[in-house]
Design a protein around this ligand. Sequence first.
Ligand code: SF4
Ligand SMILES: [Zn+2]
Length: 374
Amino acid sequence: MDMDIDVYTYLVRPDAATIWRNKEVVNRLSWYYKVMKKLRPPKYIIAKYIPVEEPDGSNLEIMFREHDRARDAFLKLYRDIESGGESIDGMERPKYSFLDLKIDIAREILKKCGLCEWNCNVNRWEGRKGVCGLDSYSYVGSAFLHFGEEAPLVPSGTIFFTGCSLKCVFCQNWDISQNPNAGVKVTPKELADIALELDERGAKNINYVGGNPDQDIHNVIESLRYMDVWIPLLWNSNMYMTLNALDILIDLIDIWLPDFKWWDEDHAFRYSRIKRYREVVTRNLKIVYDYGSDIIIRHLLMPNHIECCTYPILEWIAENTPDVLVNIMDQYRPEYKASYDERFKDIGRRINRDEVLKAYSYASKLNIVYEPIS
Ligand code: SF4
Ligand SMILES: [Zn+2]
């Protein structure tokens, strides 16, 4: 006989229930909390109620202008709903909405792909592939109820996409992140069916992850057309997306779960084969934060990178995004190339107790809230 999912969650992750007694966590994730408790509709549903003039043609500049105009209306409705002054009950859905416009913009961007800062400029609709290795299709490596995420997220309805814009030599999910075809090809409708199934099985959120989900934005947001359930959407990303991609996503995501790995640009290049990492990630994090989004930042402690990367990252967070929750992660273990390649010997070990304590005490000194979820 199937066990009730709440009972099962309580048995395997009792902290997923008790975490909400922590006022600091409720305050910092207040929108997510309300949507998860089904007290408010998720943002993607609100976006379906904003009428937009259907663009005549496919000029991105004109489309984005219309998008900016629609955002004002969206934000007004969102804020009214958030405060409890307005509800979507009885409201009519327009023929063409803010969400529809976003779908059309994303489809357009894919013709010269600029979803992430590699800006490959390839036409993925014609089957061309850029650095992430993906054409216009999305491939799902797996999808399941995840009980290992941060306590406020458990159980998380996780959907793993293949492909990634980063090439981390220590990637734990390298089998899907570096092999774009390692999953099942899905249409937006099928993607929605997966999310709906996870919702039905008791997921607290739909968690788009990978690999990385940014290269699949066009399919994810189109899948929202086929969904109408009240469940928060979570974006679990390396944050290397472009401003255009972020512009499309930012209104639709109820909670963000970004990685912030490196501070030193040379280290980002050496271990993740990426340029301008810090520049792009700090830019995007700041935008998402200033928008008022709920965020849990994940920082993976790396052996021998506490002073050069962890400390300045924590300082940046304390100064620029002080109201986020931070997960300081100590579970690094050398995998993929870091487990056998002599060149990466310096990260070929686990993190030690001393490094963890140094990171924790530095975070405490900066008043960063990490304890409830680290
Ligand atoms: S998502 Fe990024 S890496 Fe992939 S094709 Fe587009 S710009 Fe290139
Ligand atoms: Zn470093």
